[in-house]
Write a protein that binds this ligand. Structure first.
Ligand code: NBG
Length: 791
């Protein structure tokens, strides 16, 4: 596509799609017009992909996920279509700033954290490897809340990503299904007719997702809930205006907001409704598409693969059985076997509080037929496995993990360690019965967004060194290894990092008014706030370091900038306390003249995909310090390493594999291993013992406890100190000394910039394996038996 073509298309959309001339167009008009001009280029490859899938009768993959944390889409599409330079030029010609256009796009936060972002990276990779696929989810009106700080406290505000114009989706009013809830079940022999007493319409919105080099596009289909009838005219005519609008309000509630919790189950009826709503609509759509091509439902497993992203869509098992058995008339056992052969399930966490369970009362009230079918599925599994001890139903609850496992032919963990722990813990018994089902698919990240787009300085250096396409074949990054000993290369590598740090310093100055020295070490921890992720370990180490610096300000310190970002679930009181503490500590340290050249702390509000894209390329040190055994994988850890940040981390999640890839010498390992963690918990008063043996730690906790960071409210953190001393389930105190010592080793290495940069460059060179293209190929081979469509 030439510059002139794109310019013409841009001006055309500005004029004919929005009725604006260039003189009066606002930045939003330009952004949406450019998005439409770019979207036009996606439609042909999108149609071609669909046609090729039908023509070749290829197997299709369906990725069912409550969350897709896609972020902004314009730059992604531009980069994948190879239109970056053209777009920059055209914007310049029409007199607008390309950066401002990109920055105008809202960040679509239809997810909480790692699980949702992984789904978004997978969409990019599925299209890149030309695997015919659909993502299915919910079109939330409000994504993850917007975070603000008021006096250092987190305040949540609704996110309104749809309030400006959204350019990417095609509304499909004709693709709509009626979804029922509640009501009664009329048994007719083996089969039954479910008569729901509440109904909503699931209505589709399609976003095409173009892969690298624009060769293939898949669809993200998101459902929004609509009422079956807009309002109750009878009641309206009786003057009951609010009541008349009730059906509409109730229906729309289902796709109104994303549950802002990524590890704990809220146990709300609405949540279960959301889960059933999108799963049922997706399955109906999948069967409809299948039946346009084939008539024998027994062929289903050969033509479709359905991935359950965590247990949120677990109701897909019984729902598919219901559709096959009750609606289509297949035999019950056969229906179960067909569903089983189609379904597979990814587990993303071992935290007990995050494993979904629904009371039979709730399930029976909302999905009476499904509850019956779950009982029959459980009985069938018991009959087929007479030695089994575990069951789906327990203490009047339906365990969604067990249901997913039993209904799936493959269950995967998301890192090698997590998969092993899954076999040993939550699914030990089911793994004994079905030893071939659990497989590992270590997570990955898309290099398009997480290197090429977010880090142009480093990408252009790599371009100069590797001539072939490394973005689509990320393992080729190893080709930079021979250059690492070349001084000119390493200087350019260091210059790219410095450029990114300067950019970030400018951003933090403009947004937060905090001045950061680009020569200081940028030490970054960004992720959801959770006790197991141990942001409090990091801030306590910061306090201890500050104390030492104050005592001895003229020692040979390595200047550091500690950057935090992340949201806490609104109901997670302790996590919100940690945020408050970090902000209090930041205010205190940043105003200390003694250490002002040595240490700064910044907590950046409203962490989202866009902020991550800015922070990761500027990082020197990546904090991956979870209690071993708790972080299933992590994906931020991969993004940092790829962009040349060194990791300080525990042997947890994918850190283990990152360390294996980059080499132990290029990774700062500390802390207890997963088995040591388990052993340590049984030591009486483990935290107190650790505190007693570390004066530094004792002093830091005492400072928190005495109100040194909250003078107006000295006992603000009494409960935090109490928790650390007497409970400390996540072993902050027991890992503190190892962490502190490792940080001082980090300081020493950083002082030798040449060594540091070499280590950083090895991280970039050796983390190509963590491309989500590799992960997706793994799923295609091991889980889906699906193939790329080659032209
Ligand atoms: C998260 C894990 C992360 C992992 C992502 C993606 C949930 C429930 N789990 O460690 O905590 O990287 O999933 O697999 O969000």
């Amino acid at each position: 596509m030439t510059d002139a073509d794109l310019r013409e298309s841009l001006l055309h959309h500005l004029k004919y799609s929005f009725g604006k001339d260039p003189e009066h167009a606002h930045i939003q008009d330009w952004r949406v017009a450019l998005s439409l001009a770019v979207r036009d280029r996606i439609v042909d490859p999108w149609f071609a992909a669909t046609r090729a899938t039908y023509a070749g009768k290829h197997k299709r993959v369906y990725y069912l996920s409550m969350e897709f944390l896609i972020g902004r889409l314009l730059e992604d599409a531009i980069v994948n279509l190879g239109l970056l330079e053209t777009s920059q030029k055209v914007c310049e010609e029409v007199g607008i700033s390309f950066e401002a256009v990109l920055a105008n796009e809202p960040d679509a936060a239809l997810g909480n954290g790692g699980l949702g972002r992984l789904a978004a990276c997978f969409l990019d990779s599925l299209s890149t490897v030309a695997c015919p696929a659909h993502g299915y989810g919910i079109r939330y009106e409000h994504g993850l809340f917007r975070q603000r700080f008021v006096d250092g406290r987190q305040v949540e505000e609704p996110e309104t990503w749809l309030s400006g114009r959204h350019a990417w989706e095609f509304e499909r009013p004709e693709a709509a299904f009626e979804i029922g809830f509640g009501g009664s079940v009329v048994e007719a022999g083996e089969r039954a007719v479910w008569q729901p007493d509440e109904r909503v319409i699931a209505s589709a919105h399609d976003t095409p997702i173009i892969g690298w080099q624009g060769k293939w596009a898949n669809t993200l289909r998101l459902w929004s809930a609509k009422p079956t009838r807009v309002f109750d005219l009878e009641r309206f005519n009786r003057g009951e205006y609010a009541a008349a609008a009730e059906p509409e309000a109730l229906a729309r509630t289902i796709s109104r907001v994303l549950y802002p919790d990524d590890t704990t189950e809220q146990g709300k009826m609405l949540r279960l409704k959301q889960e059933y709503f999108f799963t049922a609509a997706s399955l109906r759509d999948i069967l409809r598409r299948f039946l346009t091509e084939y008539d024998d439902l027994r062929k289903l497993p050969h033509k479709i693969a359905i991935q359950l992203n965590d247990t949120h869509p677990a109701i897909a098992g019984p729902e598919l059985v219901r559709l096959l058995h009750d609606d289509k008339g297949l035999d019950f056992e056969e229906s179960v076997d067909i569903a089983h052969a189609c379904l597979s399930y990814t587990n993303h966490t071992l935290l007990p509080e995050a494993l979904e369970r629904w009371s039979e009362g709730l399930m029976g009230a909302l999905l009476p037929r499904h509850l019956k079918l779950i009982e029959r599925i459980d009985d069938l599994h018991a009959r087929r496995n007479p030695t089994r001890k575990t069951s789906i139903l327990e203490h009047d609850h339906v365990k969604m993990g067990e249901l997913s496992f039993i209904m799936a032919h493959r269950i995967n963990g998301v890192s090698a360690l997590h998969t092993d722990l899954m076999k040993e813990t939550v699914f030990a018994e089911l793994n004994r019965l079905h030893p071939d089902r659990i497989v590992n698919e270590t997570n990955g990240v898309t290099p398009r967004r997480w290197l090429l787009s977010c880090n142009p300085a480093l990408s252009s250096l790599i371009d100069d060194v590797i001539e072939s396409d490394w973005v689509g074949h990320l393992d080729r990054l190893t080709e930079i290894e021979p250059h690492i000993d070349d001084a000119a290369f390493l200087d350019r590598y260091a210059a790219a990092k410095r450029q990114n740090k300067v950019d970030l310093a400018n951003f933090v100055r403009d947004t937060e008014g905090i001045l950061l020295d680009p020569d200081a070490m940028y030490d970054i921890q960004i992720k959801r706030i959770h006790e197991y992720k141990r942001q409090h370990l990091n801030i306590i180490e910061t306090i201890a370091l500050w104390h030492e610096m104050r005592e001895n300000p003229n020692a040979d310190w390595t200047p550091r900038v500690k950057i935090f970002a992340g949201k806490a679930a609104p109901g997670y009181v302790f996590a919100k306390k940690i945020i408050h503490l970090i902000n209090d500590v930041a205010r205190t340290i940043n105003s200390d003249p003694v250490t002002s050249k040595l240490l700064k702390v910044a907590y950046l509000p409203n962490y989202n995909v866009t902020l991550a894209e800015r922070l990761i390329p500027a990082a020197d040190l990546s904090e991956q310090i979870s209690t071993a055994g708790k972080e299933a994988s992590g994906t931020g850890n991969m993004k940092f390493a790829l962009n040349g940040a060194l990791t300080i981390g525990t042997l947890d999640g994918a850190n283990v594999e990152i360390r294996e890839h980059v080499g132990a010498d290029n990774f700062f390992l500390f802390g207890m291993t997963a088995p040591e963690v388990v052993a340590r918990r049984s030591v009486a008063e483990h935290a107190k013992k650790a505190i007693d043996s570390s004066p530094r730690l004792a002093e830091a906790i005492a400072a928190i406890e005495s109100g040194a960071f909250s003078p107006g409210e000295p006992d603000r953190y009494a409960d935090v100190a109490d928790n650390l001393r007497w409970s400390d389930y996540f072993l902050v105190c027991s890992d503190f000394a190892a962490y502190y010592d490792k940080q001082r080793e980090v300081d020493r290495v950083y002082q030798d910039q040449k060594t540091w940069m070499r280590m950083a460059a090895y991280n970039t060179a050796r983390t190509g394996w963590f491309s989500s293209d590799r992960t997706i190929r793994g799923y295609m081979n091991d889980v889906w038996a699906a193939h790329s469509v080659t032209s």
